[in-house]
Write a protein that binds this ligand. Structure first.
Ligand code: EPU
Length: 441
């Protein structure tokens, strides 16, 4: 397929209401989790993003029957599943394919899943995932790019202490742990809202998981899990992205279908920049009635400021006045978008995991390229606020995690269209696409 780009005519103020979709980082674990169930499940509030398409394709390849009920609802019947291997061709399309390891191990006590590969966000090992599987009594080894996980007598509940706070390994330990015999205790667990959502989904099938959202999670293994109907939580990062976009354009936007509690650290940082935010039960209103000013931020695991909002907030700080400092405390390499923002007139210096932003109060439209999902979101925000036209290449990154971003922004008053990327960019973009597909977040 021909590479596409977004063309943004910047300088338009965003006004109105936007509805947030289901959370990407929850649904990519919930879909594999269906494999643990003995009956069909109905999943609601499923975001229309390409990571969902890939997850559903893997489920189908394994033998599940996937039925689309409406644009946001799927019925999935895992009973016919017989497959236990996820090959490179499927697993390499999406980082989150590693959740099929925990889910298939829980279902069968063994599986073979291709490694998701490296990542443009730096070194992202899966040693803690393998540690969890080994603690549960499996033998998890990596052989020629495949994680080969076997257990001679089925998996058994165990005490798992993670050496670092990791979302992926916590989710995988939960996925396998619900079917392990006896009690599993996960310590130093990640606390993100999507961890709680996965646990709530599994509990709605009859699993016995306690403590999700704290750093100690206790799971009593359950033999049989029954069918359920479950709505995915709203996407905290999508909400934060629209909140920043509203502020960057000096607009006034009601961001609907959110859980304000999940947005606390984002709200806190935005308020320190001078953005006004009103909170309601399931919505937040964002507007600007004064100057945007510098701030200092460190990204941390939940409930700290999320690394997945760091590029977007950097774009906003380019539009503020004063010198801001951002310390990246989660990912190894999350400043690759800086070079692209510099094309738009940003003044950002990066030294290792620290970026110093000289806010100039403005940006200028330019041709740029998304190097990962949130980098793409930051460029969208920069393009909306910039004077002139911005063309964003490699938009497949953005479409992996944002449902209908162009439609939602245009409904708020933006001027964005999607068109074929110029031919001379295409070969390069194709090369990057091949590479990035193996390294998706
Ligand atoms: N880590 C290890 N060993 C492991 C696992 C993680 O050393 O076995 C390290 C990583 O290298 C990293 C840190 O622990 O430095 C945190 O990694 P984590 O496991 O928490 O991240 P992840 O599961 O790979 C998920 C999200 C990311 C998000 C991070 C942090 C999914 C599919 N991905 O990644 O989302 O940035 O948690 O919150 O849930 C995005 O949505 O744009 C995105 C990249």
């Amino acid at each position: 397929m021909k590479p596409m780009q977004y063309v943004i005519r910047g300088g338009r103020t965003l006004n109105g209401e936007v509805e947030i979709s289901g959370a990407k980082n929850a649904i990519v674990a919930i879909l594999p989790a269906v494999l643990l169930c003995d009956e069909p499940c109905v999943i609601e509030n499923v975001p229309a993003i390409s990571d969902v398409t890939i997850s559903l394709q893997i489920l189908t390849e394994l033998g599940a029957i996937v039925e689309k009920i409406d644009s946001r609802t799927y019925r999935i019947d895992p009973r016919p599943v017989q497959g236990w291997t996820v090959p490179y061709a499927s697993a390499s399309k999406m980082r989150a394919s590693y959740y099929f390891m925990g889910a298939l191990l829980g279902r069968y006590g063994y599986c073979r899943v291709s490694l998701p590969g490296g990542c443009p966000l730096g070194d992202r090992p899966i040693d803690q995932h393998l540690k969890a599987f080994n603690k549960l009594g499996a033998n998890a080894v990596v052989d020629r790019g495949m994680a080969d996980i076997t257990s001679a007598n089925g998996i058994k509940g165990a005490q798992i202490f993670f050496d670092c706070v990791t979302v992926g390994a916590t989710m995988n330990a939960i996925l396998a742990g619900v079917k392990a015999e006896g009690m599993t205790v996960i310590e130093n667990a990640a606390k993100e809202p999507h961890i709680v959502d996965l646990a709530s989904f599994l509990n709605s099938m009859g699993a016995d998981i306690m403590g999700a959202g704290t750093d100690t999670i206790r799971i009593r293994g359950t033999k049989h899990l029954h069918g359920t109907s479950y709505a995915v939580i709203p996407d905290q990062i999508e909400a934060g992205t629209y909140m920043v976009a509203a502020a960057a354009t000096g607009g006034n936007v009601l961001v609907k279908n959110v859980i304000p509690k999940h947005l606390e650290s984002i709200i806190d940082v935005m308020q320190s920049i001078g953005v006004k935010i009103e909170q309601y039960d399931d919505a937040v209103r964002v507007y600007v009635d004064g100057p945007l000013v510098k701030t200092n931020i460190k990204t941390r695991p939940h409930p700290g400021f999320p690394t997945d909002m760091q590029p977007q907030i950097s774009a906003l700080l380019c539009l503020a006045t004063g010198t801001s400092m951002i310390k990246e405390g989660v990912s190894d390499a999350r400043f690759q978008y800086v070079e692209e923002l510099r094309r738009m007139g940003a003044d950002i210096q990066v030294d290792g995991k620290v970026a110093v932003i000289e806010g100039k109060g403005k940006l200028t439209g330019a041709p740029v390229r998304a190097c990962d999902l949130r980098a793409g979101a930051a460029l969208m925000i920069a393009g909306l606020a910039a004077n002139g036209t911005t063309r964003i290449g490699n938009i497949f990154h953005i479409e992996r995690g944002y449902a209908d971003m162009v439609g939602k922004l245009n409904a708020l008053g933006a001027d964005i269209h999607k068109e074929a990327a110029p031919i001379d960019n295409s070969a390069e973009a194709d090369k990057e696409k091949d590479h990035a597909a193996e390294n998706a977040c």
